[in-house]
Design a protein around this ligand. Structure first.
Ligand SMILES: *Cc1c(COP(=O)(O)O)cnc(C)c1O
Length: 367
């Protein structure tokens, strides 16, 4: 691997494949797989990730918004794409690109039926989301009769899947709550089974649901963060491989004398002579400003270099006093799960936020 000459996010497709296969090894042979590639594939590169998973015969993709689905279609992705949170204003675009909406309330169900009827669509695949405790999006079990009435009156749509979402699948202290959600979902399934003369796909489990609740697998599972290397638990994360590595270089090295300050608002003042390195990556690239003043670090030639002073929009300065390095040397912001987990905990957040924050202006490179 040649050393980097600028800030890049390296995507490791072998790691992705390993993670997908690891998760599949936890499933029954006939359980379908849906890969969640929202938010640019958790900050990596949704099109690259999706194209690779398509080769591995994934059954479905999910994105959050219509534009994300359009980008996948434009990249040539042919697999069905569920749009988890479509906005009515984009329904035309959604249909144009054969994307499949999650219809989560009577308002959006009605709007979608009106549109598909006016376009003479036949059995356009839709997905219905049920709220079993997250209290975010979705119908409730009491709505099944109303939904059924709408469905009986139209041939323009057909249910491809019915799903719900677990609240705390990674938290085993909430096992009882999760089991109650699974029971509620089973009741919803029973109600539909008595009404429908065909069998949609039922699904509920995200990564931790897959790993912790085999009874939540149903017909399909929705694989998100684990594809990218995180199992929300050390014992699972150890089995997974990191997909995205963020690298940069040293632009300039400075000697800071005692009493001199570094960066905006003099966020750091030297109480002894130190050496700093300036790195071309900042809060506009996803390095949260809260990493400033020593909370975050990068790795240079194998040693940790803490961030000095405030994170700038396009740069950070790091302390390399005890590190043998020079301008142009490679800088690792993160390159394995453990660094990402440590960085996340340093600013009291979760790996999901660290990886999805990596700005689109950083070049993605496939390894
Ligand atoms: C984001 C998301 C997922 C993926 O969850 P992970 O914890 O990343 O596996 C699954 N289902 C829904 C509805 C989501 O919004």
């Amino acid at each position: 691997m040649t050393k980097t000459a600028e800030t890049v996010l390296e995507i490791d497709l072998n790691a992705l494949q390993h993670n997908f296969e690891y998760i599949k090894s936890k499933l029954k042979a006939n359980t379908k797989t849906l890969a969640v590639v929202k938010a640019y594939g958790y900050g990596s590169d949704a099109c690259v990730i999706a194209k690779h998973l398509e080769k591995l015969n994934v059954d479905y993709f999910a994105v959050a918004y219509v534009d994300e689905g359009v980008a996948l279609r434009e990249a040539g992705v042919k697999t069905p794409i569920l749009v988890l949170h479509p906005q009515i204003v984009h329904f035309n675009l959604l249909i144009e690109h054969c994307l499949e909406p999650n219809l989560y309330s009577e308002r959006v169900l009605k709007a979608f039926i009106d549109l598909t009827e006016s376009e003479n669509q036949k059995e356009y695949p839709i997905h219905l989301k049920f709220n079993t405790g997250l209290n975010r999006l979705g119908f409730k079990i009491e709505d099944v009769d109303t939904i059924d009435d709408y469905l009986k009156k139209t041939k323009s749509i057909k249910i491809a899947s019915i799903f719900s979402h677990l609240v705390a699948s990674e938290d085993l202290n909430e096992r009882e709550f999760s089991e109650n959600q699974i029971n509620s979902f089973n009741k919803i399934i029973d109600k539909f089974k008595s009404k429908l003369n065909y069998q949609p796909i039922y699904h509920m489990a995200n990564t931790s649901g897959i790993l912790n609740y085999p009874n939540a697998h149903f017909d399909m599972v929705r694989i998100g963060i684990s594809l990218y290397g995180f199992g929300n638990d050390q014992k699972y994360t150890e089995q997974l491989r990191n997909v995205a590595s963020l690298k940069s270089i040293i632009s300039q090295i400075y000697t800071i004398n005692k009493g001199e300050s570094v960066g905006y608002n003099r966020g750091f003042t030297a109480d002894k002579k130190i050496i700093t390195a300036t790195i071309p990556i900042g809060h506009a690239d996803g390095i949260h400003r809260s990493f400033g003043k020593g909370k975050g670090y990068v790795t240079i030639n194998g040693s940790k270099a803490p961030i000095v002073g405030n994170v700038c929009m396009d740069m950070v300065m790091v302390d390399v006093t005890d590190i043998n390095c020079k301008e142009g040397d490679e800088v690792i912001v993160f390159n394995n799960q453990q660094t990402i987990i440590d960085l996340a905990s340093a600013i009291d957040t979760i790996p999901y936020e660290i990886i999805t924050a990596i700005s689109q202006r950083i070049k993605r490179i496939v390894k």
